[in-house]
Design a protein around this ligand. Structure first.
Ligand SMILES: NC(=O)c1ccc[n+]([C@@H]2O[C@H](COP(=O)([O-])OP(=O)(O)OC[C@H]3O[C@@H](n4cnc5c(N)ncnc54)[C@H](OP(=O)(O)O)[C@@H]3O)[C@@H](O)[C@H]2O)c1
Length: 350
């Protein structure tokens, strides 16, 4: 049973969702998460019931259903106490919100990492630095946000948050997911597999001011740079490595297969960053849990999320797909996530 700190709640976990980072850590942590000591409890997405609160906790109370971001695998945190994939875990109050009666735990579990990463990309001053939902809007058109990868979990949350903040969103998704992304508020969707996707996005922007782009998925960074350089946008938030770690994460031995993969990631990132700079675009890599230690995180979870849920401006997307029950079902969920999902969030009930 983990012990909660004064600014934390102890939660009986009822549902967890899985993210690409979970199998990335499981398969490659000796290189990508070198600080992590084993045994460690992985997982970021928690929904459940508060069973105890720390002395400094103000918004949450015992018996309440909450959802929140577990950051145990981050450097300096406690991966045993704060990991999601266990029956009881601790959540920082500032990274958690009450689950409204209209949401089941399985639905609330889709939010934490995807929502937090989307918020970091859109709102952190070092990323796009946009105003948040609820901030006063200056007169005139708000501008366009480009979300490359609108049918990813992060993308669906980015579309909703940017729309809630008053921006127009143009995005990408495969044809079968286009209507879902339009339903979340995007004004235009093009297929990211189309060879003319960049041209189509530029046409959809139609000369309006572009306030920045969020790049999600393999190849998204260079495509977003192309869109920004043709539309006058100057800010890019990159959330994905240029090459997926999926093949590497499934191996028993990392060496020597890791060498070409990490070389491509390093060189690809350097090349894209320099390419962006030559075009006057400031590109920065997003870290989805970095909001833990800034004011934006507390505002997001404490004000923006409860209000947006109550107003219907934020919906649980992608739709949860419950793939099993109990801790024993989590490995299957991780393997299925790594094999690839399309507009689905895989969830395990505990
Ligand atoms: N930096 C961070 O802190 C952070 C945090 C979370 C996630 N991420 C990264 O962000 C990305 C998205 O994560 P997620 O959990 O949201 O993913 P996810 O839900 O597993 O994404 C699945 C979706 O990706 C879309 N997709 C596949 N290839 C694409 C491409 N080349 N361009 C655009 N979309 C593509 C597919 O859309 P269609 O089916 O419509 O084709 C599919 O629906 C991943 O690379 C992940 O590693 C980074």
């Amino acid at each position: 049973m983990p012990t909660h700190a004064t600014d934390e709640v102890l939660v009986r976990v009822r549902a967890v969702a899985v993210n690409p980072v979970d199998w990335v850590i499981q398969g490659t942590s000796r290189i990508t998460y070198r600080w992590l000591r084993t045994p460690a409890v992985l997982g970021s997405d928690v929904a459940g019931e508060v069973v105890a609160v720390g002395a400094a906790v103000k918004r949450l109370r015992v018996g309440q259903h909450v959802f929140g971001l577990a950051t145990g695998t981050d450097r300096g945190r406690d991966a045993l106490r704060e990991g999601a994939f266990q029956q009881y875990t601790t959540l920082l109050e500032r990274l958690a919100a009450p689950t409204p009666d209209t949401l089941a735990d399985e639905e609330a579990a889709v939010f934490p990492l995807a929502l937090s990463t989307a918020a970091c990309a859109l709102f952190q001053p070092g990323q796009l630095g946009l105003r948040m939902p609820g901030d006063p809007a200056p007169p005139g058109p708000a501008g366009v946000v480009v979300v490359w990868g609108g049918s990813t979990s992060v993308g669906m949350n980015a579309v909703q948050l940017a729309c809630a903040a008053g921006y127009d969103v143009v995005t990408t998704a495969s044809a079968k997911n286009a209507h879902t992304v339009l339903g979340l508020g995007a004004s235009a969707v093009v297929d990211h597999r189309s060879p003319s996707a960049v041209d189509e996005l530029v046409a959809a922007i139609a000369g309006r001011p572009v306030v920045g782009a969020v790049a999600l998925g393999a190849g998204s960074t260079d495509a977003s740079i192309d869109v920004l350089s043709r539309t006058g946008g100057t800010r890019l938030a990159m959330a994905s490595t240029p090459v997926s770690l999926d093949t590497l994460a499934g191996r028993r031995r990392l060496f020597p297969a890791m060498i070409p993969v990490f070389t491509r990631i390093g060189l690809g990132t350097l090349r894209s960053t320099l390419r962006a700079r030559r075009r006057g675009i400031r590109a920065a890599f997003v870290w989805g849990s970095s909001l833990r230690d800034d004011d934006m995180g507390a505002r997001l979870w404490g004000e923006v999320v409860p209000r947006a849920l109550a107003e219907g401006a934020l919906r649980a997307a992608p739709a949860p797909v419950v793939v099993g029950e109990g801790l024993g079902a989590i490995q299957g969920a991780l393997d299925r996530q790594r094999a690839g999902v399309s507009a689905q969030k895989l969830v395990v009930r505990l």
